[in-house]
Design a protein around this ligand. Structure first.
Ligand SMILES: NC(=O)c1ccc[n+]([C@@H]2O[C@H](COP(=O)([O-])OP(=O)(O)OC[C@H]3O[C@@H](n4cnc5c(N)ncnc54)[C@H](OP(=O)(O)O)[C@@H]3O)[C@@H](O)[C@H]2O)c1
Length: 305
């Protein structure tokens, strides 16, 4: 059987053998990375997030995904620094978490990232985190348009607010915590990107939002490479619209707890530069590509014989 296959292969023109071999190699390569992904996502033992440090800093922690993260990280025995612009909402969230997890220490930082003074956030965060073992940063804060709009019609203030909050704010908060992480030689930074940049080929009518999230995605990849030698893991999680629906704003413990998936994912996969869904997508695309190339090679060979 094997010798018949080899004979059949040898009777084929050289170019066909070469194309099929390339397809086979590529198939083996992508299958291996798919298996690695299955292991890293479902089988590898979970990380203890406290190994990065005993405090976690979360931006935009008074609602949605950020608030859900705060609850889940408190459950994992992390102390919290919650950053938001509304002192009353920060107070409420802190009280809620402390009622559930009385041992959790919570600090709050009030800051409006869309204000003209947004550049000052770095020193504010540095001061707030002084002397604290901040091991985990969740750069969750992000805003978008009030309604779908053509690029040339976007109000100047809306544009500037999105850039200040999504792009400048996340970058400065990251800078503020990095020095301490480098000193302690450990830390993890989770940047919340968006499917609008990482999954969709384009996201018209929300162009500035999608572009700032593409920045977050690439920032995370580059930081991952820059700082992995310092024991710091950087990852971009790219939720899609469903996350907001599942992570119901008024009920962070909805039956389909998508924030658990986020925390579950980071505990297993926090050694890589991009999140599991982006890796799965690229692996599946590449696997399909090599399958198509192999099938094309086989069909061409059949047609000739
Ligand atoms: N939800 C989704 O479907 C979805 C999909 C893809 C990506 N994402 C990304 O996931 C992240 C969280 O989204 P979300 O829907 O959970 O957000 P959200 O519910 O709208 O909550 C946003 C949080 O950010 C705070 N915030 C807004 N503007 C601020 C400012 N100028 N200064 C300081 N804090 C400010 C809000 O504070 P207040 O409570 O004071 O308003 C709130 O705590 C964002 O980065 C978003 O782009 C979300």
């Amino acid at each position: 059987m094997v010798s018949a296959c080899i004979n059949h292969l040898l009777s084929q023109p050289m170019w066909l053998v070469l194309v099929s071999s390339l397809g086979l190699l590529s198939f083996l390569k992508t299958s291996t990375s798919l298996l690695k992904w299955v292991y890293a996502t479902f089988l590898r033992p979970k990380k203890n997030l406290r190994d990065y440090g005993s405090w976690a800093l979360i931006t935009g922690a008074t609602d949605g995904i950020g608030k859900a993260f705060a609850h889940r990280l408190a459950q994992r025995d992390l102390n919290l620094i919650l950053v938001g612009r509304n002192p009353t909402k920060l107070e409420t969230v802190s009280r809620e978490i402390q009622a559930e997890h009385p041992g959790t220490k919570i600090k709050t930082v009030v800051f409006d990232f869309s204000s003209e003074a947004s550049a000052g956030v770095r020193s504010i965060i540095e001061k707030a985190t002084e002397g604290l073992d901040v091991g985990l940063l969740i750069n969750n804060l992000g805003i978008t348009y009030p309604a779908a709009s053509f690029f040339h019609e976007v109000d100047e203030k809306v544009w500037m607010d999105i850039v200040r909050v999504n792009l400048v704010g996340s970058s400065r908060v990251t800078q503020a915590v990095l020095a301490g992480m480098i000193e302690r030689k450990r830390g993890a930074i989770i940047n919340i990107g968006s499917g609008a940049a990482s999954a969709m080929p384009s996201h018209p009518l929300f162009t500035i939002y999608a572009a700032t999230k593409a920045y977050i995605d690439q920032l995370s990849r580059c930081l991952y490479v820059e700082y992995k030698r310092c024991g710091i893991h950087v990852q971009c999680q790219a939720p899609c619209t469903g996350t907001a629906i599942c992570c119901n704003k008024n009920d962070c413990k909805s039956s389909f707890d998508s924030e658990i998936i986020l925390v579950h994912t980071i505990t297993r996969s926090l050694r890589r530069g991009c999140d599991w869904s982006s890796r799965l997508r690229s692996t599946v695309c590449s696997l399909l590509g090599s399958l198509v190339s192999m099938v094309a090679g086989l069909l061409a060979s059949r047609a000739r014989s």
